[in-house]
Design a binder for this molecule. Structure first.
Ligand code: ATP
Ligand code: FE
Ligand code: MG
Length: 353
């Protein structure tokens, strides 16, 4: 059995063809990151136009590379939520036309569930396991109990950690920094932080008195912004032209984000242990999302899992960010279990958020 997976929830147009064992037969990906970096954020109508311009070619490329014909496909799996409504719509319209034309079953995919389960394509991880998803749009902790059974333990009350780092990077105009051209804000912060002293700036950790597993990054970002402003005034430089201490600010920001993520994850692990929700044999924490490629954050999470006796699994970066592969894999898993498969004549209802 062969599945075509299609992803257009945010700023990546992705497609992949996969066989039943999780083998990637062909894939293609178009990222809009550079365009959005230049405008300083995603403009939904621009994202929509770029998806529309690229989806046909991306799907065709993935199909051609796989050597699979449309009639050989067993199903088409496509992200239907959550994400930007305008972006999602392009993938969904394309897919519904495709399945009607070729009379194939359609499998609607939840983007976050796909992120959570991608690890199972790479190695056998048995349910239940704990998942931490940290990206530009999300921050959440959940217990994965089955391919369509997730217990949400906590999520961000305001913004996501990737978004926070992107905004700090923009406030510092890091895009103009020689070491940071054409990379995401999060990557820029990680690179600059290597040569910084995090102790030069102290940010108060968020949610000290919240005894749950939710996250909050907006207050932290506010503290960072105020420190930047103060430094700019002290040095008498214009906004976004600070040079002297950007490394220290990056290091302190990264540390604050990392320790908040680590503390909430630690709480979630203790909660799961207290409620006996994790298996006694090889309990696992899976980390995914763009922010999961941060080595400093991985290192702190490793300390958390080592001290609590959990096994830490971080898929390689290319499987942590958005692509068609993770959607195809979720389609394969659903096809295997016969869950959530629609016929090409069925109505698809979806809520973008
Ligand atoms: P979502 O998947 O939740 O819809 P998204 O598409 O913005 O959101 P991803 O593509 O998974 O998320 O990740 C992009 C985010 O990850 C950006 O905010 C980026 O700054 C951040 N990021 C990427 N690399 C790193 C890194 N090395 N350290 C920290 N953050 C990073
Ligand atoms: Fe994503
Ligand atoms: Mg993305």
């Amino acid at each position: 059995r062969l599945v075509l997976g299609i992803e257009t929830s945010c700023d990546e147009t992705g497609a992949a063809v996969m066989d039943e064992t999780g083998l990637i037969l062909g894939e293609s990906l178009h990222s809009q990151k550079e365009v959005h970096l230049k405008t300083g954020g995603i403009i939904p109508t621009v994202a929509q136009r770029l998806h529309r311009e690229n989806i046909g070619r991306i799907v065709q490329e993935a199909m051609e590379r796989s050597g699979v014909t449309q009639s050989q496909l067993s199903a088409v799996a496509t992200t239907v939520k959550p994400g930007l409504a305008l972006s999602l719509g392009i993938g969904l319209d394309f897919s519904l036309n495709f399945v009607k034309l070729h009379q194939k079953p359609f499998i609607p995919i939840h983007h976050m569930e796909a992120h959570a389960l991608t690890v199972r394509m790479l190695q056998p991880v048995v349910f239940p396991f704990l998942v931490l998803l940290v990206s530009g749009g999300h921050s959440l902790l959940a217990l994965a109990r089955g391919i369509d059974d997730f217990l949400l333990l906590g999520q961000t009350l305001d913004e996501a950690p990737g978004d926070t780092m992107d905004k700090v990077a923009r406030r510092l105009s890091l895009i103009k920094h020689p070491k940071c051209s054409m990379i995401s804000g999060g990557q820029a912060i990680e690179i600059l932080a290597r040569d910084g002293n995090r102790l030069k700036f102290l940010f108060k950790p968020p949610m000290g008195a919240h005894y749950d597993c939710n996250f909050s990054f907006a207050g932290l970002r506010n503290q960072v912004t105020m420190s930047i402003q103060k430094k700019e005034e002290e040095e008498g430089v214009e906004q976004g032209t600070l040079l002297s201490c950007v490394n220290d600010i990056a290091a302190a920001t990264q540390h604050a984000v990392a320790s908040h993520i680590a503390k909430r994850t630690h709480r979630a692990i203790l909660f799961c242990k207290a409620k006996d929700l994790l298996p006694s044999c090889n309990p696992t924490l899976v980390v995914s999302g763009g922010v999961a490629s941060n080595q400093y954050i991985r290192k702190i999470l490793k300390i958390v899992t080592d001290t609590t006796g959990l096994h830490l699994l971080c898929p390689p970066s290319k499987f942590c960010t958005d692509n068609g592969v993770m959607i195809a894999w979720n389609g394969v898993e659903r096809l295997r279990e016969g869950k959530g498969i629609l016929s090409h004549t069925e109505e698809v209802n979806y809520e973008p958020k």
